[in-house]
Ligand binder design. Structure first.
Ligand SMILES: NC(=O)CC[C@H](N)C(=O)O
Length: 374
């Protein structure tokens, strides 16, 4: 259970060391330290494959209050490489809870640390940027120099090609709820369970494909639409997915992308990507739709972004395109739309569980795009 007295340390690549006690599994883990500002939804965060190779810091001081249930996982396992909290729940309480968060972390061998001053840590990451880090506890604790050395020897997130590490080994089909109206080929770069669920609820039969699938394998499905999922790593490494996307655009098959998928569509349209200082990770991030001026409150989890200006129109290899959405906090690109081929994508999460659901109608827009193309 929680409140272990085993000493633990979170070590950042710039030499900052935060001391605390072991939480979850004991041992050693390495990854990019990033902070997430969601007050709820820690189970969805932990099981989101986009957090692969990241050590997640929760800014909400109390974590674990509702325990761990058998329904909210976004994938078959916890993907974060480490977990940093301030004050873990001693007594989880929720009618759906089947075990404590601490037990779930131990069961899956996820090394964490509690008792960290997460406010100071978050301010540090906000100023200095997300960076390589490690959590060390028990026998794995070494001298500061040793631990910093291990962190400095670990690979950076920039240039990391990770979709192949999280994608499904085999293609599978998620049937439509009720009558099947459309068939969609979904490229799994780290897809979350709630994404096919949002589509199947709208009469879409979803064929989830491994990230290495060829154009022929995709076309074999005779899809009415193609979906590009979220996923971990640097979008600059997605040559295969970007080439595949270009072939889909050439054939004018309706296409919708989320997060990593937005970065891939952007790249296919000729935009560049860059690593943000500390990214957007939370569940109350505003996004403005340039066409309507409307603001949506969104869930986000990204450390990279597309280059471009809010509302900018640009020439792509597939005709005109627009930066359709942006974040008013920092003018980050949050969506792109092609005007001459049926394709659009967003950097945020319309499938967000536990919400917010402002952006859910984007799945209806995908349906409309497919209806129009038929
Ligand atoms: N959730 C995602 O799809 C993240 C995309 C990409 N790995 C990023 O960090 O920007």
């Amino acid at each position: 259970m929680t409140n272990s007295r085993t000493p633990a340390a979170l070590v950042l690549e710039d030499g900052r060391v935060f001391r605390g006690t072991a939480y979850g599994a004991e041992g050693r883990t390495l990854g990019e330290a990033v902070f997430c500002t969601g007050m709820t939804g820690y189970q969805e965060t932990l099981t989101d494959p986009s957090y692969h190779r990241q050590i997640v810091v929760q800014t909400a001081p109390q974590i674990g209050n509702t325990g761990w249930n058998d329904e909210d996982d976004e994938s078959a396992r916890i993907w974060v490489s480490g977990y940093v909290v301030r004050d873990p729940a001693r007594t989880p309480s929720n009618w759906r809870s089947t075990r404590s968060l601490d037990d779930a972390l131990v069961e899956q061998g996820v090394v964490g640390i509690a008792g960290v001053d997460t406010r100071t840590l978050t301010r540090h990451l906000r100023e200095q940027g997300a960076m390589r880090s490690g959590v060390f506890s028990g026998d794995a604790l070494g001298s500061d120099d040793e631990m910093i050395g291990e962190v400095l020897a670990s690979p950076p997130m920039k240039g990391a090609d990770l979709a192949g590490e999280v994608t499904t080994a085999e293609a599978y089909v998620v049937p439509a709820v009720g009558e099947r109206r459309f068939r969609v080929a979904a490229l799994d770069l780290g897809i979350k369970s709630n994404t096919p669920r949002q589509m199947t609820a709208r009469g879409i039969e979803v064929h989830v494909l491994p990230s290495s699938s060829s154009l022929d394998q995709l076309l074999e499905i005779e899809p009415d639409g193609v979906f590009l999922s979220n996923g971990p790593g640097d979008p600059a490494t997605t040559e295969h997915a970007t080439a595949l996307t270009r072939s889909v655009l050439e054939r004018r098959i309706p296409l919708f992308g989320i997060c990593f998928g937005n970065q891939i569509l952007g790249r296919a349209l000729g935009l560049g990507t860059y690593k943000m200082r500390y990214g957007h990770r939370g569940i109350n991030i505003p996004v403005i739709d340039v066409a309507t001026g409307r603001v949506a409150i969104t869930a986000q989890n990204h450390g990279f972004a597309l280059e471009g200006e809010p509302g900018q129109r640009f020439d792509s290899p597939f005709g005109a395109a627009t930066i359709s959405h942006y974040c008013p906090n920092d003018d980050t690109v949050e969506g792109v739309r092609a005007e001459d081929v049926p394709a659009f994508s967003v950097q945020y999460h319309p499938e967000a569980a536990a919400g917010p659901h402002d952006a859910a109608p984007l799945f209806d827009e995908f349906v409309t795009l497919m209806e129009t193309a038929k």
